[in-house]
Every structure is written in structure tokens, then in C-alpha cells.
Ligand binder design. Structure first.
Ligand code: GTP
Ligand code: MG
Length: 149
């Protein structure tokens, strides 16, 4: 079963979009296994986005992600990584389809309200980066037999 790291970025928290964003994944039928409000230290933001270190927007990205609390989430389910990316929409919210989180709730790449892992490997890596072991819960949702045959 895949797992993905989803994060409401500081703009999503400041704009009161936390519940709305959690709802999209909850209603879809994925399983929440980790959730916390967290002020991200600079070192963690740099590690999380290390592949983008050479980009001109990198310093601004680190300032953005550390500018206020984020909501960290781990979600589990068959195909959750790719599906979450679809629910989130394109990186540039003006290009994101209506119906997606960014398409509905944001207007600029530098303030695109939510993060989602881009591969199952990165899902595992990022959950390991943002959560300690005791912070994750394994549980069986009561609705499980109504979601999958
Ligand atoms: P994440 O889910 O946050 O990883 O976004 P993504 O996978 O859609 O995009 P990518 O990993 O390429 O970039 C990570 C984040 O860096 C984006 O979500 C933006 O917040 C930011 N970013 C990417 N490209 C630009 C850019 O051209 N300008 C600015 N200001 N920010 C950018
Ligand atoms: Mg990315």
C-alpha cells in the first residue's frame, strides 16, 4: 500500500483552508495515518526541498515554508501518491484544473497552499523526514469494506 506526505503550507493555514484541504483527501477515501500542526525549522525545509537547491526561487521557497505553521499529514491507500497529485492539481494554480485544490483555492505558484509527494519513494522519505515513529497511527477505518470490494 502506498503512502504519501501531504502538507498544508503556511498560506493554507493562514487563510483558514486546513479543514477544506483535509476534507478533500478524507472524502476521497484515503486513510489518514499522521497529522500535526508544526513550525518547520529552516534545516528541515532545506532537506525536504533539497532537489530544488539550485533553483533561483529556492531561498524564497524556504522563507515561505518556514514563515508560519504548516499542517503535516501522512495518507495511505492503493495509488494514493498519484491520486493525491491529481487532487492537488498543477504546480501553477492558474494552470490547475477547477476542481483541484490549487485550481479552486490559489492563484500563484509561490503560494500554492499544499504539498504532495511526487513518487512512492519520496512519500516514504518525506513521511520519515516530517514524522517521528510514535506520531503515526495504524488503524482500520470502519468504512473500509464500503470503499473497496
Ligand atoms: P510540491 O508538492 O510543493 O513539491 O509542488 P510540486 O511538486 O507541484 O512542484 P515542485 O516540486 O517542482 O516545486 C516545489 C514547490 O516550489 C512548489 O510547490 C512551489 O511552492 C515552489 N516553486 C516551484 N517552482 C516555482 C517557481 O517557479 N517560482 C516560485 N516562486 N516557486 C516555485
Ligand atoms: Mg514537488
Amino acid at each position: 500500500v502506498d503512502e504519501t506526505y501531504i502538507m498544508v503550507k503556511p498560506d493554507g493555514v493562514q487563510r483558514g483552508l486546513v479543514g477544506e484541504i483535509i476534507s478533500r483527501f478524507e472524502k476521497k477515501g484515503f486513510k489518514l495515518t499522521g497529522l500535526k500542526l508544526f513550525q518547520c525549522p529552516k534545516e528541515l525545509a532545506e532537506e525536504h526541498y533539497k532537489d530544488l537547491k539550485a533553483k533561483p526561487f529556492f531561498p524564497g521557497l524556504i522563507d515561505y515554508i518556514t514563515s508560519g505553521p504548516v499542517v503535516c499529514m501522512a495518507w495511505e491507500g492503493v495509488g494514493v501518491v498519484a491520486s493525491a497529485r491529481k487532487l492537488i492539481g498543477s504546480t501553477d494554480p492558474l494552470k490547475a484544473e477547477p476542481g483541484t485544490i490549487r485550481g479552486d483555492l490559489a492563484v500563484q505558484t509561490g503560494r500554492n497552499v499544499v504539498h504532495g509527494s511526487d513518487s512512492p519513494e519520496n512519500g516514504k522519505r518525506e513521511i520519515g523526514l516530517w514524522f517521528k515513529e510514535g506520531e503515526l497511527c495504524q488503524w482500520t477505518p470502519a468504512q473500509a469494506p464500503w470503499l473497496r470490494e
